[in-house]
Every structure is written in C-alpha cells, then in structure tokens.
Design a protein around this ligand. Structure first.
Ligand code: CA
Ligand code: CA
Ligand code: CA
Length: 230
C-alpha cells in the first residue's frame, strides 16, 4: 500500500467523521413532537407525519369530518374520531338510520274471532298479535268495519249500525247474521303504531256462523257493506 493511498483513506475517514458529527449536531425536527395525532419521521426538509386513522393535516391536527357525506339518512350525524354515530329519528334504526322500524300487522287476529250465539248484541273485539321487533309498545286504532251482509237485511233482526268503535282501540260488532245465508263475516281495519315510531295497517275478520253445525260457515263474501252505517 502506497503512502499516498493511506493518506487518501485517512482524509476520507476524517471527512466522514466530520460529516457524521455535523449530522448528529443537527436537532431532530421530530424532537418537538409536531405530529399531534400521528407518527413523526425526520426528513431532509424537516419532518413528515403519518396520521392516525381519522386525522389529517400537516401535523395531523384536524379531525376528519366523517359526517361530511351525510351518512345518516333519517337522523342526526355525530362526528367522532375515525367514525360517525347516527342519532336516528323516531321510526328509523340501523347504523345509517335507513332501516324503517316496521311493525308486523300480517299476523294480527281478532279476539274473539267467532261470535255465538247470534243474539244481536254488540261484542267488543280486540286486535291481537301485532308485534314490534324492537320491543316498543303497540297501540291499535280501528279505522273501519265492514261486512259481507247488508247492515239491515232480511232475517237479521233489523238492527243497525252493526259495528262501533272506529277511531278507538277496540271495535264492537253485532253478533248476528242473516238466517237465510251462509254466515256473516266482519272485516275490521286497523292501524298500529309503536312507541318506537313504526306503524302498519291491517285487517282482521270476525265471523258469525249461520249455525254451529259442520256446514254453518261463516263464508266470507267480502267487505261489501259499511257496518257502521245506520
Ligand atoms: Ca371525525
Ligand atoms: Ca244489523
Ligand atoms: Ca257470508
């Protein structure tokens, strides 16, 4: 090894030491912890921040507004860190308040469903089995009553009206039918609302057989006559 080469190497080594010392003397830009909500990395020009989820900005100082896209279809959006929470309007549920809280009126039944004897008395009838999957309290309102026989036809006792209770929780229908027909069927229409805000509508039927025998019916001829008419 020549003397000159050795001198060159020593010079290079000295230069390296000098540079290394100078670099160490430079204060770290990350030392002051500029990234409020993120991880800091020193760069040639200073620092850069890798923001935690939900934060943005040069120093990750800004909480991203996750409500900006209006994700809550039927409710108020509350911004949080890296998420949003929807405060749903009554009657709506789901993460985005886009699920209608529907009641189930399709399984509703009248109680009682059959009336006997046909003594022309008005009998209170309840609507049962309307369910709220969310556990709310269900309120029934009778919206109309109709029947398949005339309100005051032949052979039915000359009474009218044959139903009351529209606008209230329970209907009352008359225990009668035409003696010369196939039995009477009342159609009680109702609406149901839940304390959760859901609602549905439905119809239940109440029958008055012609007789108690196997062929006594009642046979439903349809909702032809308004039972509440005089
Ligand atoms: Ca946010
Ligand atoms: Ca009648
Ligand atoms: Ca009938």
């Amino acid at each position: 090894m020549s003397c000159r080469t050795t001198a060159s190497r020593l010079l290079l080594f000295a230069l390296f030491l000098l540079l290394a010392t100078a670099a160490q003397a430079q204060p770290s830009a990350c030392a002051s912890e500029p990234c409020v909500n993120g991880d800091c990395t020193d760069t040639v020009n200073g620092f850069s921040c890798a923001c935690y989820p939900g934060w943005t900005g040069i120093t990750c100082e800004t909480d991203i507004d996750e409500c900006e896209s209006n994700p809550c279809v039927h409710g108020v959006c509350l911004d949080a860190v890296n998420k949003y929470v929807c405060d749903c309007d009554p009657g709506w549920t789901g993460i985005n308040c886009d699920h209608d809280i529907k009641l189930n009126c399709s399984d509703a039944v009248a109680n009682p469903g059959l009336l006997w004897p046909p003594d022309h008395k008005l009998v209170p009838v309840s609507v049962l089995d309307v369910t709220d999957p969310n556990g709310g309290t269900v309120t029934i309102t009778v919206t109309g009553v109709s029947q398949d026989e005339p309100v005051n036809g032949l052979g039915d006792g000359d009474t009218s009206p044959d139903a009351t209770g529209v606008g209230t929780t329970n209907a009352a229908v008359r225990a009668e039918r035409a003696g010369n027909s196939d039995g009477r069927v009342y159609h009680i229409s109702f609406s149901a609302t839940s304390s959760n805000g859901g609602s549905c509508t439905g119809t239940v039927t109440v029958g008055v057989p012609k007789s108690q025998g196997p062929n006594g019916g009642p046979v439903d001829g349809g909702a032809l006559h308004d039972s509440t008419q005089p």
